[in-house]
Design a protein around this ligand. Structure first.
Ligand code: URA
Length: 425
């Protein structure tokens, strides 16, 4: 078999055979298929698609490229969640300890931010001492003793995806539904969770800009999970507006701790509880009450133990950026739009995100929102506070906020978009 004939088949809208898929994934992982050949194939897949059978085989081949984890020694059922990424999406932070407090084991292998979307590991690393890199034994130990662990995926898990994702990122081939679905699901299936809830984001701040695309991605992933014996459910959730009132690493940790303390913004609480209920249901835990676990402090107890078990100090002060800049409302009225993409790009430019994988992030950088769509704002009142250690970036960040919000005359009716748009099972 050779790479050029496999590329030609997909270029000419043909269907790849199981043998061709197994070979190309294995040969690419071993370095026999070159990056330029795989990027040509990825582009052909982006343009011409893959059918269900091809996606299933591609996913299985990526799983087979590495190790599979096994949580069968745990006494609790496992439940995991994956978000396709958004702005201000800190939900994993309160959700993992909350679901653990309700009786499930939550093995949450998470990623770093790239581009305008934030990453869970970058957020947690703003807690002094906290470690994202754990050995498989350490991961199991934290999971067993605290009920939840949030850490980086080890190098042994779906190595084909690690290599392919990095390649797609620099070749304009991230936004292909077959490649996104197989990338996410190969890691989740290899991780060995018994059940999985997918938070598929829709809107300007998400990979999927339309409900139709999000629905296709969600149903492809639900099908892959189900075929591999993982009980999988997806929620399509709004990402036209940032989640909560913060976007940025330490800022989002602070907001997550507010949720665990029984407060926090209404949309973050609503989505955390909706996902918690789905995870508990998928794990077969029927009698738990996640709202009570937030209110009575039991989720906070798990959070503190989980952070401490990974070297973090849950009582340490969080980093604060050296400089702030306040954006005020240019006129009075009703805020009718606050664009997630514009806010995400501004937070990224302030230093909360990275342009290349190896770049550092600033723990304190990001944006605080002082109003959300539907709120009444007064001319001259603070709308956003920008935080950074590199104030020379303010102008660059402000450019991405041009046209990122609309203020309509006072009294204008505003119809809120629901947080959860659809459920796919
Ligand atoms: N997240 C992943 O893990 N893979 C993708 O392809 C896109 C988002």
């Amino acid at each position: 078999m050779d790479a050029i004939s496999v590329i030609r088949i997909k270029r000419d809208r043909g269907e790849l055979t199981p043998e061709q898929i197994d070979w190309v994934i294995d040969a690419y992982t071993r370095g026999e298929v070159a990056d330029e050949q795989m990027s040509a194939l990825a582009m052909a897949i982006l343009l011409n698609g893959m059918n269900r059978a091809e996606i299933a085989r591609w996913t299985a081949a990526m799983i087979a490229s590495g190790e599979r984890m096994d949580f069968s020694s745990l006494s609790r059922p496992t439940a995991d969640k994956h978000s396709t990424g958004g702005v201000g999406d800190k939900i994993t932070l309160p959700l993992a300890p909350l679901v653990a407090a309700c009786g499930a084991a939550v093995p949450q292998l998470s990623g770093r931010g790239l581009g305008h979307t934030g990453g869970t590991l970058d957020k947690l690393e703003s807690i002094p001492g906290w470690r994202a890199l754990l050995s498989n034994d350490e991961m199991l130990d934290v999971l067993d003793t605290t009920g939840a662990v949030i850490c980086a995926a080890g190098d042994g898990l779906a190595p084909a995806d690690k290599k392919l994702y990095a390649l797609r990122d620099v070749t304009g081939t991230v936004e292909a539904i077959p490649l996104i679905a197989s990338s996410i699901m190969s890691k989740k299936i290899a991780e060995g969770t018994g059940s999985l809830v997918l938070d598929v984001k829709v809107g300007s701040g998400a990979f999927m800009k339309t409900v139709e695309d999000a629905r296709e991605l969600a149903s492809t992933m639900v099908g892959l999970g189900t075929d591999h014996g993982v009980k999988t459910v997806a929620l399509l959730t709004d990402m036209a507006t940032p989640l909560g009132l913060t976007a940025g690493n330490a800022l989002e940790v602070r907001e997550s701790v507010e949720v665990l303390a029984g407060g926090g913004p209404a949309d973050v609480v609503e989505l955390t509880l909706a996902l918690a209920r789905e995870m508990l249901d998928a794990a077969g835990i029927k009698d738990a009450d996640p709202a009570k676990a937030l209110a009575d402090g039991s989720a906070m107890d798990v959070w503190r133990r989980m952070i401490a078990a990974q070297g973090g100090d849950p009582d340490a002060a969080l980093p604060v950026a050296r400089e702030q800049h306040v954006v005020t409302a240019p006129r009075s009225g009703v805020l009718t739009r606050l664009d997630a993409y514009g806010i995400g790009v501004a937070a990224w430019r302030l230093g909360a995100g990275r342009a290349r994988k190896e770049d550092p992030v600033q723990a304190g950088a990001g944006i605080e929102l002082h109003a959300k769509p539907g709120d009444t704002v007064a001319a001259g009142a603070p709308l956003l506070t920008l935080h950074t250690d590199t104030p020379e970036k303010f102008d660059y960040a402000l450019k991405s906020l041009d046209g990122a919000y609309d203020i309509a005359p006072a009294g204008t009716a505003y119809e809120a978009t629901p947080v959860v748009l659809e459920r796919i099972a």
